[in-house]
Design a protein around this ligand. Structure first.
Ligand code: ADP
Ligand code: ASP
Ligand code: MG
Length: 416
């Protein structure tokens, strides 16, 4: 008997038919003698729909109230799944985040989990119940409902698995694993049987939305075996077959020694680039530009400062596209005059494409192959950033899919 956490995403919970299939699958695992905790997302489209209602009323809704609204989709899902399990003869109980409790900080719409009380859940499991806990939501010190950022149910699931010391966390989704790139963009992308934790962390942080980045961080910090697999197979396929399907995140350093240098291509469409022109080149300038941006809780990603000419330089950085207008406002009002900059220009139609692979550490020439491939396609590179296991470029969003396909081919990642 093992304690296993299942997470089901929006598509997997997308209709009452699909919810009944989830119930059958969960019941199969429970019948095999396992203790099961399920963490579902809202039904697909629901979170967008309810956030959309708030935005019809106000362009910048109060984040506390937005969380109150956004969290409701998951509450419907847990109740429906409990009813579906009960309808097939299983004992099941659902909980909202605050009932468990899943405590978070107070950063509404992007809260971080601080602690999870496992007492009630353990008691239910020991009493033979299947426990269903809302993904995506928690509660802060003051009792306010919080949410964990879009895609946050992945994080809820891995955090619950870690708190319960589960044997494995199974992330059921609408693809049958982690691929060399998004299979919706490259049809011959190849499924990976395993991916190292480090690579998955890079891929998630660079935009591969198959797992939310914080879920990968939790998996790494607690060494929680985590597997991504399909919820769209026949729910009654043999359990052994299902348990070994999909992609396992591995913690073995040497898993990839015999494998390709590049593991995958990640991309992020939601980027924006801002340039502060004619900045005096003196100590403290980066801080004076980026300090107010950070104070506005805006994350900065790529940064370049050019060589100065006659004491003046240009300073360029990227921010998430959703924060572009806010970042431009901060720079115009709190930075420009203060540092004596010339002007501020921006482009919110840029995308980031990255090649990722632990094999890069021991191979040279990856960057030049990447740049050659892009040049052969006539794609202009606007910014570059690198780490030990990834190279990212910022390009015009028009060419993003072309770049991903060309790089996928150039690095030989397609399925045989
Ligand atoms: P869920 O609702 O189950 O959480 P998501 O839509 O958040 O599902 O994540 C699954 C989607 O992630 C897939 O449908 C796929 O389009 C996308 N995706 C992006 N990159 C990858 C990748 N490298 N491998 C697999 N899927 C990917
Ligand atoms: N329902 C939330 C969202 O759409 C959380 C999730 O699906 O993981 O972002
Ligand atoms: Mg998701």
């Amino acid at each position: 008997m093992a304690l296993i956490v299942h997470k089901y995403g929006g598509t997997s919970m997308g209709s009452t038919e699909r919810i009944k299939n989830v119930a059958k699958r969960v019941a199969k695992w429970h019948d095999a003698g396992h203790q099961i905790v399920v963490v579902p997302s809202a039904m697909s489209g629901e979170t967008n729909r309810i956030i959309g209602l708030a935005k019809e009323i106000s362009a910048q809704p109060d984040p506390r109230e937005l969380d109150m609204i956004a969290s409701t989709g998951e509450q419907v899902s847990v109740g429906l799944l409990a009813i579906a399990l009960q309808a097939i003869g299983k004992q099941a109980v659902s909980y909202a985040g605050w009932q468990v409790a899943i405590k978070t900080d107070s950063a509404h719409t992007k809260a971080r989990i601080a602690s999870i009380d496992e007492t009630k859940v353990k008691a239910d499991l020991d009493a033979g119940k299947i426990v269903i806990i809302t993904g995506f939501q928690g509660v802060d010190e003051l009792g306010n409902i919080t949410t964990l950022g879009r895609g946050g149910s992945d994080t809820s699931a891995v955090a619950v698995a870690a708190a319960l010391k589960a044997q494995e966390c199974l992330i059921y989704t609408d693809v049958d694993g982690v691929y060399t790139t998004d299979p919706r963009v490259v049809s011959d992308a190849r499924r990976l049987k395993t991916v190292t934790f480090e690579e998955m962390l890079e891929m998630a942080s660079l935009g591969s939305k198959v797992l939310q980045i914080r879920s990968v961080e939790f998996a790494g910090n607690y060494r929680m075996p985590t597997r991504v697999l399909s919820s769209l197979t026949d729910p009654l396929i043999p359990l052994e077959e299902e348990a070994n399907s999909g992609t396992l995140i591995s913690f073995e350093e040497d898993t990839h020694m015999e494998q390709a240098t590049i593991t995958g291509i990640a991309f992020n469409r939601d980027e924006a680039k801002i340039t502060v022109l004619g900045v005096p080149d003196r100590p403290g300038i980066a801080y004076q530009i980026l300090g107010p941006v950070a104070d506005a809780n805006i994350e900065v990603d790529m940064i370049i400062q050019n060589q100065s000419v006659e004491g003046k330089t240009d300073f360029t950085f990227t921010v998430p596209r959703g924060e572009y207008t806010k970042a431009m406002d901060v720079l115009e009002t709190s930075v420009k005059a203060h540092i004596g900059a010339g002007s501020i220009v921006g482009d919110s139609k840029v995308s980031k494409v990255s090649v990722v692979g632990v094999g890069m550490r021991s191979h040279v020439g990856i960057a030049s192959q990447m740049f050659r491939t892009l040049s052969e396609e006539g794609i202009n590179i606007q910014m570059i950033s690198t780490s030990e296991i990834k190279i990212s470029v910022l390009i015009d969003e028009k060419y993003m899919e072309l770049a991903v396909r060309a790089l996928h081919k150039a690095f030989g990642l397609e399925s045989a």
